[in-house]
Design a protein around this ligand. Structure first.
Ligand code: PLP
Length: 362
């Protein structure tokens, strides 16, 4: 068996022990005589899987009964439309505020605009190619907004909120696709948190929505599949849920718990990201485009002082078993996505390769 260090932004590396357990349970799930893929979503065995996944997430993140936890399809991208549909209750008097910190914020904003034209930009760092997160003082918030939308970690640009925005009485809605479970969060401070699973939670195909129940059911006549209230009422089973993806997500949650929970993930992520940024900053050969205080612990972009060597860097890294390091076209260079499941040894191997490449090409 050959495993590489996979720095993909998503779908991304999963813990090896999760894959091994899924392999062992693939054909005969715990004596049921069938694969999880073959089970009715309403069977006793499957109900136990989805209930354990919800309970596991509630425990790890400290989510109380004031919040619904949903497992949906359509990716984080469908949430860009469902959020304004469900949360802007009176478009004549209400707007929503969007903080623009990268491509995913832009997409969230432009999808919201298709639902209601009057959505506002509360702040943006586009003028500096999204290399920093606007500060609290820079947010121009509308106290009558239905919600404030942020992207808590910007997968492409490699920035992350170093603070929790204070939105007063207006519910805060966070796209946490690329940093959920990477650090403790106080869920009670949010109206809603959502995340596509394919970075820190599991495989693609399932999207987690954590939403304060009092925000639900305020809008009549939404299509059922787009209505949080209707989905919550049926325990995410208004139709057939993505059963296998939820099963793997449950295994990932078990793994996080075994490792010591979200607080332990945070300690590891501080160490892993800290090492990588320190290696970049210590060299004039590698450059990091992001403002230090806004740097992401999950996605680390870096470029070469000699950009003509980028292809050689990527080819050499691949030969050394360090793959999917090519940066997004809007930033260029490289991007190392170092989610929870990336072992520290992967960071050490990357740093060793970077130092060797600098020694031979610097
Ligand atoms: C921050 C963020 N939001 C949204 C998305 C889109 O997610 P999906 O592909 O699940 O729709 C991504 C995907 O990479 C992302 O990184």
């Amino acid at each position: 068996m050959k495993r590489v260090y996979n720095f993909s932004a998503g779908p991304a590396v999963l813990p090896l022990s999760v894959l091994e357990r899924a392999r062992d349970e693939m054909i005969d799930y715990r004596g049921s005589g069938m694969s999880v893929m073959e089970m009715s979503h309403r069977s006793k065995d499957y109900m136990a899987i989805i209930e354990a996944a919800e309970a596991g997430l509630r425990e790890l993140m400290g989510i109380d009964e004031a919040y619904a936890v949903l497992f949906l399809q359509g990716g984080a991208s469908l949430q860009f439309s469902m959020i304004p549909m469900n949360l802007i209750t009176d478009p004549a008097t209400q707007s929503a505020d969007y903080v623009m910190t990268g491509s995913w914020s832009e997409k969230a904003y432009s999808e919201a605009k298709k639902i209601f034209a009057d959505v506002r930009v509360a702040a943006s760092s586009k003028n500096v190619n999204y290399s920093r997160i606007p500060t609290q003082e820079e947010l121009t918030l509308n106290p009558n907004a239905a919600y404030v939308h942020i992207t808590s970690n910007n997968t492409i640009f490699g920035t992350e909120y170093p603070y929790l925005p204070d939105t007063g009485a207006v519910p805060l809605v966070a796209d946490a696709s690329s940093n959920i479970l990477s650090r403790p969060v106080d869920v009670a401070k949010y109206g809603m948190i959502y995340a596509g699973a394919q970075k820190n939670l599991g495989p693609s195909g399932v999207t987690v929505v954590i939403v304060r129940k009092e925000l639900l059911g305020r809008k009549a006549n939404l299509p059922s599949m787009l209505d949080y209230q209707a989905l919550a009422k049926e325990g995410s089973m208004l139709n057939t849920p993505p059963t296998y993806a939820i099963y793997i997500l449950g295994l990932v949650l078990d793994w996080v718990k075994e490792q010591g929970g979200v607080a332990e993930m945070e300690q590891r992520n501080i160490r892993k990201a800290g090492k990588l940024y320190a290696a970049i900053d210590a060299s004039g050969f590698y450059l990091c485009p992001t403002e230090p205080v806004s740097r992401s612990r999950m996605n680390v972009p870096f470029t070469l002082a000699k950009p003509e060597l980028t292809d050689a860097f990527l080819a050499g890294a691949k030969a050394a078993g360090l793959v999917t390091l090519k940066g997004h076209r809007s930033v260029g260079g490289m991007r190392a996505s170092i989610y929870n499941a990336m072992p520290e040894a992967g960071i050490d191997a990357l740093i060793a390769f970077m130092q060797e490449f600098e020694r031979t090409n610097g």
